[in-house]
Design a protein around this ligand. Structure first.
Ligand code: M6R
Length: 613
């Protein structure tokens, strides 16, 4: 989704820093890019459809720019095609300001008609340009750019993160937030803003996250924030532990492959300092996870999107199976538009890598409004979701750059397992000894992942993937707790290799999808050694009997023996089997996409974080 950066230096030009910031945000997906600079007090804009390289060609000869203040933007088209004209920044008519925007201005047509009637000539098809003109007009009668922006935003309905620069004798750099994320930071030498904390890390680890309604004015050594409701506010400075080098490919051909290989460490980090083996329990920070609070919970409602939704489906099996609590799960985008009825004492659990997914946030807010206690499982420490939850389990997975989520999924499953054990202990559905045994089972996960990611194992998965790369379609089957893993395998394959893939509960195959089985349709079946292994084996036989090629992934020896291609995974028990089972599917998708020459880290049409509906 769109990305914003901004910089204000005491000395030296900002152009290189803006370009570097935009590069850091590339992983989020975009189709045009631009910068707005204050050159000797004048607003100058450079923008291009396409990738950053196109902008760099345009900027050749400008790299010695002395502009000390500027903003940059990577756009993911919503209103108007990805053209040079529609790329951000946009300016007012007199080029007094340049503005970049993430989000949607819902009443833009109404505002545009009003501005056109007043004689304004529009140069793009975007909703954003409306805001640029409004700010430009307000500036004439305001004491500062921040005041002009605040006044213009009073007229706007919608969701936005915006950054604006204005020239003249005193350069100003301001930004505002209502919905999509925005963070700011100041050092003695410079001040920065960005829509994603990763773009600030090369400059500082001490960051301020803006809240909805905030308008911030930044300059070297200074951040002033005013909130629409409360006036002048101090927001806490948060120290971010993530290493900016973690956002580097470090020799791997793609972030996705790097992140798949990080998974053994990710699992270890998600468990770190959370296991209390002595008491057979889990340590989770936050009052909402205390014995007293969890003991009275009557229902869990999970809301999430995409891969996080699949993790939520796995969690349903874990929570129901271990803590004996009923669990409902909804796609966040569906939950918010059906009239959900929540029982008293419902815990609403939002799951999200970014913590900024618009639908998940809206669903979490709705459930909170209906009386549920909001908690979350999330990777981004300063995200909106974490801030709006009463308590959160942080994934500690480090930045996930590949658009196709991998390590966050695995970390969500670990966090969900810990949450389920904590819930079971708090509610007395498992004893200290049983709790200890459940936690002991985790010790097999990291070595199991290392085994799957060893060179020979990856080589074998690659060979299988390449042998099937030409098939016209793929069916992924799983049963019980591994059914969501089938969904996740199909999602990975379709999003990065653009081939059709469907995930299905294995038992549903004979109710329809079996009609698709033929030699050009490959079926991947998850075959853990668990109570439903014999039923899944029957599905494998049904596919084979109809001439369909089968790849079995799991630890059930009899099923593995039936398949023409088998990927054996270590047996870590029923509850933890999805954590290992998903890894060969991630690699399978990766190697098919690589063979097809797809842009793996930036798949077409996809954004890393979907901050609009
Ligand atoms: O940041 P979130 O976990 O809330 O994102 C949810 C989905 O947009 C995300 O999982 C998406 O489906 C990924 N591209 C999957 O690989």
């Amino acid at each position: 989704m769109c990305g914003i950066v901004g910089a204000f230096r005491r000395e030296g030009g900002v152009l290189d820093e803006l370009i570097e910031g935009l590069r850091v945000l590339e992983y989020r997906g975009y189709d045009s890019v631009g910068v707005g600079l204050l050159e000797k007090g004048e607003v100058v804009v450079h923008r291009r459809a396409g990738r950053i390289e196109e902008l760099e060609k345009l900027l050749e000869g400008q790299r010695g720019s002395e502009a000390r203040v500027g903003i940059g933007h990577s756009r993911w088209a919503t209103h108007g095609a990805p053209t040079d004209e529609n790329a951000h920044p946009h300016t007012d008519e007199a080029y007094r300001i340049a503005l970049v925007h993430n989000g949607i201005i819902e009443n833009w047509q109404e505002l545009k008609s009003e501005l056109v009637r007043a004689g304004v000539v529009f140069r793009s098809e975007t909703d954003t340009e409306v805001l640029a003109h409004l700010v430009g007009r307000e500036l004439a009668t305001s004491r500062s750019l921040a005041e002009a922006l605040g006044r213009a935003l009073e007229r706007v309905e919608g969701y936005y993160a915006v950054a604006v620069v204005s020239g003249g004798s005193e350069p100003e750099l301001v930004c505002a937030r209502e919905g999509p994320p925005l963070c700011v930071a100041a050092t003695g030498e410079a001040a920065y803003l960005a829509s994603d904390v990763l773009a600030l890390l090369p400059h500082t680890r001490d960051v301020v996250f803006l809240e909805d309604g905030d308008v911030a004015e930044i300059a070297p050594g200074r951040i002033s924030i005013k909130n629409r409701e409360t006036g002048v506010v101090e927001r806490p400075v948060r120290h971010i532990d993530w290493d900016s080098e973690a956002a580097d490919r470090g020799g791997w051909p793609h972030f996705m492959l790097k992140e798949i290989h990080e998974q053994p460490d990710v699992v270890a980090r998600a468990m770190f300092e959370r296991l209390d083996l002595e008491r057979g329990d889990v340590i989770l920070a936050g009052e909402a996870f205390s014995d007293a609070r969890l003991a009275v919970v009557q229902r869990v409602q999970i809301v999430a999107c995409g891969t996080a939704f699949h993790a939520g489906l796995v969690l349903r099996y874990m929570i129901e199976g271990l803590a004996g609590l009923p669990v409902d799960i909804d796609y966040a985008s569906e939950f918010r538009y059906r009239s959900p009825v929540l029982s008293p004492n419902t815990l609403v659990l939002g799951i999200s890598q970014s913590g900024e997914t618009a639908d998940t946030l809206a669903a979490l807010r709705l459930a909170t409004l209906l009386g549920a206690t909001p908690v979350s499982i999330c990777n981004s420490i300063g995200s909106t979701m974490v801030r709006e939850s009463e308590a959160s389990i942080l994934l500690e997975a480090g930045p996930e750059i590949g658009v196709a989520s991998t390590k966050a999924f695995v970390a969500m499953l670990v966090a969900g397992y810990l949450f389920s054990v904590r819930m079971a202990r708090a509610r007395g559905t498992c004893t200290k000894e049983e709790g200890r045994a459940l936690l002991d089972d985790l010790s097999g996960v990291r070595p199991g992942l290392e085994h799957l990611l060893a060179r020979d194992s990856v080589k074998r998965i690659r060979a299988i993937a390449e042998a099937h790369a030409g098939k016209k379609g793929f069916l992924f089957l799983g049963r019980g707790i591994n059914f969501p893993v089938a969904l996740e395998g199909a999602l990975k394959l379709k999003e990065i290799s653009y081939v059709h893939a469907e995930g299905y509960p294995a038992g549903e195959m004979k109710h329809g999808p079996i009609a698709l089985i033929e030699p050009s349709m490959s079926t991947l079946v998850l075959v853990p050694e668990d109570p439903v292994a014999d039923k899944v084996r029957a599905n494998v036989e049904q596919v084979r009997a109809r001439g369909g090629p089968v790849i079995c992934v799991g630890s059930d020896p009899e099923s593995l023996a039936l398949a023409e291609d088998a990927i054996e995974i270590p047996n870590v028990g029923r509850w933890l089997s999805p954590i290992l089972g998903v890894v060969p599917l991630q690699l399978f998708a990766y190697f098919i996409a690589a063979k097809k020459g797809c842009d793996i880290d930036k798949p077409r049409n996809l954004a890393k974080s979907v901050t609009v509906e």
